[in-house]
Design a protein around this ligand. Structure first.
Ligand code: KIV
Ligand code: ZN
Length: 526
């Protein structure tokens, strides 16, 4: 019998983190994992432990904390790690996840002809043998094993069924069908799942069929839903749809489709939908991957009504143009809330309503920032408060902090920036640099003062709310210094301030601090 409960398997911290520039520090991963636990996801894929000692440590920490935290009478989420189907990876994965109350090993091997021939150089029989041996080995370590047939979407259907049968017999409890390259269309996924269900799973209710879709053709969500309608009961998703290339199916879109269309589908998830907006914001913040304004559920315009005729309809009855209420997904209203005369209690109470319960120290820091900003900006909205709270909470450890910034602007290429930084040892390097524009000058002065040269790949600045005194949020993507291990990695940074030049300086410093943290982690691991 097929249940009506769809398991949400979140891979923001694994497939999502594979997006260029989305590298997260271990503290950020833990913060996201905590948010996913509160959100109510069933399984958190916390990383790929064999990829680096850093990843192993992060998964271990998540397993021992989030993987042991109960939310009311809800059990902790399953904590899962990814492993290639080889003993070394499986051992590392088990080492990382075993501290969780409900650990899972997720192992995979490619099965399509193109991967067998060109990547693995294995025959069909050799693939079957490896799956049997390695799923069996994983099942000997961990009671919960998931097997994925990588590039299942382009694998011969008969052979795919054979592979899954072998994995099932060897002890896998979840069979995942990834469309690794996002090639298939909804009806094709649906018929594949129905076929595998009939031929391999049959009546077994201890086995879960799972879908994992990539968005190369923009079909990941539709394909996943089609898989669910055909009998899959686990969907692999990422917050904001981040992931390799065009990304994974978006968690919030799948969840809200199942929620909004429940009368038609009769399916449900364990997600607290009112936390979706906040979780999306957190992931944007720590990954630096911005969500486009028209993105479903969590985009800035998802609940905005511009056309007069729509506004008129909305005023008469919300349902005319709204299929779900913004509060269902926890989207903050843009009501004016606080000003410079507001006290710490009002500030803390509003933040709590928005889902932030800050420790005393963090609250003091955030309130100090609030007062500074409120001095310059007359009206503070919920969006402003969220930006400030996140800016304070998710800043990497500051090897270099900003003490002062002075810009002199004019015509031609004579823009000058002077910056004073503060190191952890209390030194205050101060440097001035010129640039073709103020931003170039600011970034050059920071590099001089920190004694490090970065390669700027992307720079964005946006205003958080409207108006001349809007709070500005800057984000950058940079590559680490040439000749270091960070040269080929993309690091992001973000900063918020009423002055966009200060916000930009903070964003650049936050990326720089991330690079220094990665160097430090590398040094400790060596
Ligand atoms: O896309 C893919 O095939 C994957 C697997 C490892 C599940 O991410
Ligand atoms: Zn994937």
């Amino acid at each position: 019998m097929t249940s009506n409960r769809v398991l949400i398997f979140d891979t923001t911290l694994r497939d999502g983190e594979q997006s260029p520039g989305a590298t997260m520090t271990s503290e950020e991963k833990l913060e996201v994992a905590r948010a996913l636990g509160r959100l109510g996801v069933d399984i958190i894929e916390a990383g790929f432990p064999a990829a680096s000692p850093d990843d192993l440590a992060a998964v271990k920490q998540i397993a021992q904390t989030v993987g042991r935290t109960h939310h009311g009478d809800r059990k902790p989420p399953v904590i899962c790690g990814l492993a290639r189907a080889v003993k070394g990876d499986l051992d590392k994965c088990w080492e990382a996840v075993q501290g969780a109350e409900r650990p899972r090993i997720h192992t995979f091997l490619a099965t399509s002809p193109i991967h067998r021939e060109h990547k693995l150089k294995l025959s069909k029989q050799e693939v079957l043998d490896q799956v049997r041996a390695m799923v069996g080995y994983a099942a000997g370590l961990c009671p919960d094993v998931e097997f994925s047939a990588e590039d299942a979407g382009r694998t011969e259907l008969d052979f795919l069924c054979e592979v899954f049968q072998v994995a099932l017999d060897a002890g896998a409890k979840t069979l995942n069908v990834p469309d690794t390259v996002g090639y298939l269309m909804p009806h094709e996924i649906g018929s594949r799942i129905a076929h595998i269900k009939e031929r391999v799973v049959g009546d077994r209710d201890d086995v879960v069929l799972s879908v994992h879709n990539h968005d190369d053709l923009g079909l990941a969500v539709a394909n996943s839903l089609s898989g669910v309608l055909a009998g899959a009961r686990q969907v692999e998703v990422a917050v904001n749809g981040i992931g390799e290339r065009a990304g994974n199916a978006s968690l919030e879109e799948i969840v809200m489709t199942l929620h909004t269309r429940k009368p038609a589908l009769g399916l449900e998830t364990g997600i607290d939908t009112t936390l979706l907006h906040r979780t999306s914001k957190l992931v944007t913040r720590v990954t630096g991957l911005q969500v486009q304004a028209n993105k479903a559920i969590v985009g800035a315009n998802a609940f905005a009504h511009e056309a007069g005729i729509h506004q008129h309809g909305m005023l008469s009855h919300r349902d005319t143009y709204e299929i779900m209420a913004p509060e269902t997904v926890g989207a903050p209203k843009t009501a004016l809330v606080l000003g410079k005369h507001s006290g710490k209690h009002a500030f803390a109470a509003r933040l709590e309503e928005l889902g932030y319960q800050l420790e005393e120290e963090a609250l003091k820091k955030a309130f100090r920032r609030f007062k500074e900003v409120a001095e310059k900006k007359k009206q503070m909205t919920d969006a402003d408060l969220l930006a400030l709270a996140q800016d304070e909470l998710h800043r990497p450890v500051e090897r270099f902090g900003l003490v002062a910034l002075q810009i002199s602007c004019g015509t031609g290429d004579l823009q000058t920036a002077t910056v004073r930084l503060r190191t952890q040892d209390g030194e205050e390097p101060t440097c001035a640099a010129i640039g073709n524009g103020p931003i170039e000058a600011v970034f050059a002065a920071i590099e001089m003062a920190a004694g490090i040269e970065l390669d700027l790949l992307e720079y964005h600045v946006r205003s958080i709310t409207g108006g001349e005194d809007a709070l500005g949020e800057a984000s950058v993507n940079v590559r680490g210094p040439a000749g270091t291990a960070q040269e080929h990695k993309v690091f992001h940074g973000a900063g918020a301030d009423v002055d966009v030049l200060v916000a930009s300086a903070k964003a650049y410093l936050s990326a720089l601090n991330r690079i220094l943290a990665a160097r430090e982690a590398e040094r400790v691991a060596a």
